[in-house]
Design a protein around this ligand. Structure first.
Ligand code: XLS
Ligand code: NI
Ligand code: NI
Length: 437
């Protein structure tokens, strides 16, 4: 059955087109810096926002009425699978991502839940084979069910920790079966509300224990996905342990997990942490930890994860600049962890929103490529740090300088001269580049 009957395949029509159901910038086969757009961007659809969510918020129920709605949970789960593959095919997105509980309902026991999951995974496997669509990543939802009220890996209740382990085991098996290229750990309720009842040291040790178990089990079953941790500073807990890229890297280092993980960075999580997305990507990249991206954007006037579709060109340009400079996104991708606004409740909005995100990323990619090809930022940065190329700067960089040698130099160098950083000029150049591509 077709759920989007009035919508055909979305094609690239170029900048002049006024067809809302067409791409103006995303041209999958267009080559940019030696690779096609498709290869650079590796887009993915987030199952939970597009097929499971219906626009509910804390003040009201969902507003979207979907063709795959059904009173029977398993029927609905099966219909969503069909809708997912029809959507991927029509929009031309090669990947999707899901949490275990997005795709199949929980049963009365863990065994029943796993059975439900198996039925849907069978169906997914068939559809993946038939359509060629691939799983960018899967993950376990260990935050929605009330049992996770105090966390999963960081819970105060060992029975819940055990349940989380069992759920994670199954989820890794599902990932292996469907050939997931990555596997994500987002610490849903891994954080705390107050230190007054929290043993932070034990919670963090336990979280690391769970992750080591996941590494060990994946090895055992031959699941070759790249493991990713997704930082977020707050929401749902007041303080999430994987606060941002730097905090997460320090955690992984402390617990000897760094070699097994990379990071899945999300734009809205970056801004909630008080960073730009490009900051988070740079921190990951310079530590060899860039894994994948959750593409969305927040509302800077609001203090929560609004998960809007990315339409901010400055941000996608700087994001793609960081990705290109890091040598690409590798096994990761650009997953639209984004939802249509509650007021955008028609099916066609799902297409329009993804088109907006894809075009904004493609436009950003083109602008970033121009920044690189014309060495616009490289020239600025190289020139700014040129004092480290020779003389005392070269001594410092080579590790030959000592406090004594620096003193000797500084004592006879009484005319220190700084230069302007030229920020305003640089921002205007950036504007010109973005609007020229
Ligand atoms: C929530 C997270 C979540 C992860 C996957 O804020 O972004 O959706 O991406 O669990
Ligand atoms: Ni996310
Ligand atoms: Ni998020």
């Amino acid at each position: 059955m077709a759920y989007f009957q009035n919508i055909g395949k979305i094609a690239y029509e170029g900048k002049g087109s006024d067809n809302p159901l067409a791409f103006k910038h995303y041209n999958p086969k267009e080559v940019v810096l030696g690779k096609t757009m498709e290869e650079h961007l590796r887009f993915a659809v987030a199952y939970w926002h597009t097929f499971t969510g219906a626009g509910s918020d804390p003040f009201g129920v969902g507003t979207a009425v979907r063709g795959w709605d059904s009173a029977n949970e398993m029927d609905q789960a099966k219909a969503r699978v069909e809708a997912n593959f029809e959507f991927l095919n029509k929009i031309g997105i090669p990947y999707f991502c899901f949490h275990d509980r997005d795709i199949a309902p929980e049963g009365a026991t863990l065994a029943e839940t796993n059975k439900n999951l198996d039925v849907i995974v069978d169906l997914m496997e068939e559809n993946m084979k038939a359509s060629g669509a691939k799983l960018l990543w899967n993950t376990a939802n260990m935050f929605t069910n009330p049992r996770f009220v105090h966390g999963a890996g960081t819970t105060s209740n060992a029975d819940v920790f055990a349940y989380a382990g069992a759920q994670l085991k199954k989820s890794l098996e599902v990932g292996k079966r469907l050939g997931a290229e990555n596997y994500v750990f987002w610490g849903g309720r891994e954080g705390y509300e107050t230190l007054l009842n929290t043993d932070m040291a034990l919670e963090l040790d336990n979280l690391a224990r769970l992750l080591h178990m996941a590494v060990a089990y994946s090895k055992e079953i031959g699941f070759g996905a790249q493991f990713l941790i997704e930082p977020k500073p707050k929401e749902p807990t007041k303080h999430q342990y994987d606060f941002d890229a730097a905090t997460t890297i320090a955690f992984l280092q402390k617990y000897d997990l760094k070699e097994y993980f990379k990071l899945n960075l999300e734009a809205n999580h970056a801004t909630l942490a008080g960073h730009t997305f490009e900051h988070e990507i740079r921190v990951a990249a310079i530590n060899g930890m860039l894994g994948s991206l959750d593409a969305n954007q927040g509302d800077l006037l609001l203090g929560w994860d609004t998960d809007e579709f990315p339409t901010d060109l400055y941000s996608t340009t700087l994001t793609m600049y960081e990705v290109l400079k890091a040598g690409g996104i590798g096994k990761g991708g650009v997953n639209f962890d984004a939802k249509v606004r509650r007021g955008s409740f028609e099916d066609v909005d799902l297409f329009l929103a993804h088109i907006a995100g894809m075009d904004t990323y493609a436009w950003g990619l083109k602008a970033a490529a121009k920044l690189i090809e014309e060495k616009i930022i490289d020239n600025i940065v190289d020139n700014r740090y040129r004092s480290f190329k020779d003389g005392i700067g070269a001594e410092i960089v080579a590790g030959r300088a000592t406090l004594q040698s620096l003193e000797q130099y500084a004592m006879q160098n009484n005319a220190i001269k700084n230069e302007s950083g030229r920020l305003e000029r640089i921002k205007l150049v950036l504007n010109e580049v973005i609007y020229s591509v």
